[in-house]
Design a binder for this molecule. Structure first.
Ligand code: KIV
Ligand code: ZN
Length: 514
């Protein structure tokens, strides 16, 4: 059976970034984009350039750096958004402009306050405008999952006539059910008269836990592009998981008449990097990339796998990039060894001072930890990355925690250059440390999440802590890593406070009208 190409459109850097607390800096996006290119995704949606100057710069940097994947920018159906995206993408080898407008009655009436005719007019005008910049224009009918099929057919036909070469059918609110969503794709392909002039794509959200199932049903019914994200990151409950889509199609070639060009051995490294950059840990039982995904606990399973792998394994761990932690560097490794290993991980520095900073941290870590793995290096680079704000710095921490006494912490900070110190008791050493910090900064934040993960295995592993804080409706994640988890926790807390000091100043693509 000859297989069609299934286009993998990764939107980790755009929809993924819309998860509360997951916003990424330009350099973080660049690091992920390098790895997505190595993963061989066909399209990288790098952001929404009209959102803010920072988003614009990030899309431009990705457009300049990536050579082997198309680079895409999202726009509302507005000329000024499209001009901004075209400017950000102008140095890309293969730029794509992705424009969208909502097509469901509920969105047209209550969000856009437009009639269906006006929506068609706006879609057509936006696509024509985008075509002045590139042939590669994608159109999304936002909330297609709840749109009337007759209107969907009408708007899609007009979009293709106006020059859209990819038509995306998003299930924006994650409402669809696989059988019905698959039937919608089949109907559109059958009823839209010029459907053969475009690639049909899907973009499914996971509110009912069905994003991957819906995407795969769409593929079985003729969709040839899937929009997805690493670790299923995305708005609310997330998007369809790239790793699950790719491995389902690859493992069940008897069912799916498609193949991707993904290099699956890069899946786990990508997953780790995205988790590290965003501070969203991967649940242990997550398919493909969870720590337990290939672990066989029960005696019967272990026995079966040892006798014949295929008894309980449908995929091989090494095929998706799980390998035993690789010792890459140690105490005696020099600056050049560090630089070349980082280059292999897709991490480059613009200035020698940045490399010096990471090297100094590397030496510190090598004093505490014998073997340094790739994951440790990723965490070091994240930590050394200049924050938009460096208002709060940790200078000293002492914690006393022993059986039968109340844990107590003493913390010294530098806040806006001024030395401060504070101390507090707490329910545990982390609680005491956070309270000591609060006794000085009085941040008025609420702690929404605190999580610790070991970056590699072994008791000398670095702990990576994520702290999620909210203040006045704004949510940020902070991260910190250290072989001492109390220090890692305070670093993460200060990192989140630093992020909160920078005003958000970015527009959300889907929250207002056109
Ligand atoms: O979920 C959605 O509808 C989107 C579109 C902008 C493609 O993210
Ligand atoms: Zn979306």
């Amino acid at each position: 059976m000859s297989q069609d190409a299934l286009i993998i459109f990764d939107t980790t850097l755009r929809d993924g970034e819309q998860s509360p607390g997951a916003s990424m800096t330009r350099d973080e996006k660049l690091r992920i984009a390098h790895l997505l290119e190595k993963l061989r995704v066909d399209v990288i949606e790098a952001g929404f350039p009209a959102a803010s100057p920072g988003d614009f710069e990030a899309v431009r940097a990705v457009a300049r750096a990536v050579k082997d994947s198309r680079v895409c920018g999202l726009t509302r159906a507005r000329a000024e958004d499209i001009d901004r995206a075209a400017e950000a993408l102008k140095d890309a080898v293969a730029p794509r402009i992705h424009t969208f407008i909502a097509t469901s009655s509920i969105h047209m009436q209550h969000k856009l306050r437009m009639s269906p005719d006006q929506v068609v007019e706006h879609a057509v005008a936006a696509i024509r405008h985008a075509r002045n910049y590139t042939d590669d224009v994608e159109f999304s009918a936002e909330d297609a999952g709840r749109s009337e099929i007759d209107f969907l057919c009408r708007v899609i036909e007009a979009a293709i006539d106006a020059g859209a070469r990819t038509i995306n059918i998003p299930d924006t609110v994650g409402y669809a059910i696989p059988e019905q969503f698959g039937a919608t794709i089949a109907t559109l392909l059958e009823r839209v008269p010029n459907a053969d002039k475009a690639v049909f794509s899907v973009h499914c959200h996971n509110d009912l836990g069905l994003a991957v199932a819906n995407s795969l049903a769409a593929v079985l019914n003729g969709a040839r592009q899937v929009e997805c994200t690493i670790n299923a990151l995305g708005e609310r409950a997330g998007n369809a998981s790239l790793e699950e889509i790719v491995m389902a199609v690859r493992t069940r070639q008897d069912i799916f008449p498609v193949e991707t060009r993904i290099d699956a051995t890069q899946i786990v490294p990508c997953s780790r990097l995205v988790s590290n950059v965003t501070g969203f840990p991967v649940q242990p039982n997550k398919a493909i990339v969870g720590a337990n995904a290939f672990a066989h606990e029960s005696g019967i399973h272990q026995d079966g796998v040892l006798k014949h792998r295929d008894t309980y394994e449908i995929m091989r761990a090494e095929d998706v990039g799980w390998s035993a932690n690789r010792m890459v560097l140690g105490k005696h490794s020099g600056r050049n060894a560090l630089r070349s290993r980082l280059l292999e991980l897709g991490i480059e520095f613009e200035t020698a001072a940045e490399l010096d900073e990471v090297f100094a941290r590397f030496k510190d870590l090598a004093d505490k930890k014998h073997d340094i793995f790739d994951e440790d290096l990723q965490a070091l680079v994240s930590e050394a990355a200049p924050e938009a704000s460096d208002r709060y710095r940790l200078k000293f921490l002492r914690v006393c925690s022993e059986t039968g006494t109340t844990p107590h912490a003493e913390v010294h900070l530098e806040v806006d250059g001024e030395a401060l110190s504070g101390s507090a008791d707490g329910g545990g050493p982390v609680d005491a440390s956070f309270q000591a910090v609060e006794s000085m900064v009085n941040s008025g934040t609420e702690l929404l999440l605190y999580s610790v993960n070991n970056i590699t295995s072994g008791t000398d592993a670095q702990g990576e802590v994520t702290v999620r804080l909210s203040r006045a409706g704004r949510i940020v994640n902070g991260q910190g890593a250290d072989t001492d988890i109390v220090i890692a926790s305070v670093k993460a807390y200060l990192n989140a406070l630093n992020r909160l000091t920078v005003p958000p100043a970015r527009a959300h693509p889907q929250h207002d009208g056109v």
